[in-house]
Design a protein around this ligand. Structure first.
Ligand code: IMP
Length: 197
């Protein structure tokens, strides 16, 4: 079974390939499908954005397609930056997490709860649509720590590990991350299917 992957991010492609390994699925990237652009992520939820990208690629490629959307929800900010995580302000990842620390500077430790959320959408040319969600709970630290990962990892503290996500080795992050959780649900779903139309 061949499935199109609606992402341009090489890190995500690697992670998706490694989690789906072992299933008899051939994954086709956007380059291979000659798809140059994805629709804008202008939905109000991760689910809307993921579905929008998967629908677009499935229609263009005439294949089942998977897409993801993810971001950080901070309770003290009423769930912001959420779907705007990539566009929260500033040019670099560091600009964005420093802005977040500044916004939270008067918020005490126990109110700094947050979560990463990821939604993966699977859409087939026949119009079958499914979504799979993964969540990683944590807290926003008061200063950045660690050098692994990307995005908000240096300020996302996992209490039971006593570390930020950027202090956790990538292989270990890939076992516990929101994206890994959503992908495992997708894998379980696909392993029960012999074909998608
Ligand atoms: P997208 O899913 O590629 O639209 O990414 C959304 C944004 O959420 C990223 O640019 C990051 O800022 C943030 N984000 C999503 N997942 C992670 C993660 O695992 N670590 C750190 N930041 C993340």
């Amino acid at each position: 079974m061949k499935i199109a992957l609606a992402t341009k991010n090489p890190g995500k492609i690697r992670e998706i390939r490694s989690i789906l390994e072992g299933l008899s699925i051939e994954l086709a990237g956007l380059d291979e499908l000659s798809i140059k652009e994805l629709p804008p992520e202008d939905g109000r939820t991760f689910k809307e954005n993921a579905l929008k990208k998967a629908r677009f690629v499935s229609q263009k490629a005439g294949l089942p397609a998977i897409a993801d959307d993810s971001g950080l929800e901070v309770d003290a900010l009423g769930g912001r930056p959420g779907v705007y995580s990539a566009r929260y302000g500033g040019r670099t990842d560091r600009d964005r997490y420093m802005k977040l620390l500044e916004e939270l500077k008067d918020i005490p430790d126990k109110e700094r709860t947050a979560r990463f959320r990821c939604v993966i959408a699977l859409v087939t040319p026949d119009g079958e649509e499914r979504t799979f969600e993964g969540v990683l709970e944590g807290r926003i630290s008061t200063e950045p720590r660690g050098r692994y990962g990307f995005g908000y990892d240096p300020v996302f503290y996992i209490p039971h590990r006593g570390k930020t996500l950027a202090e956790i080795q990538p292989e270990e992050k890939n076992l516990i991350s929101h994206r890994a959780m959503a992908l495992k649900k997708l894998r379980d779903y696909l392993s029960g299917r012999t074909h998608l139309t």
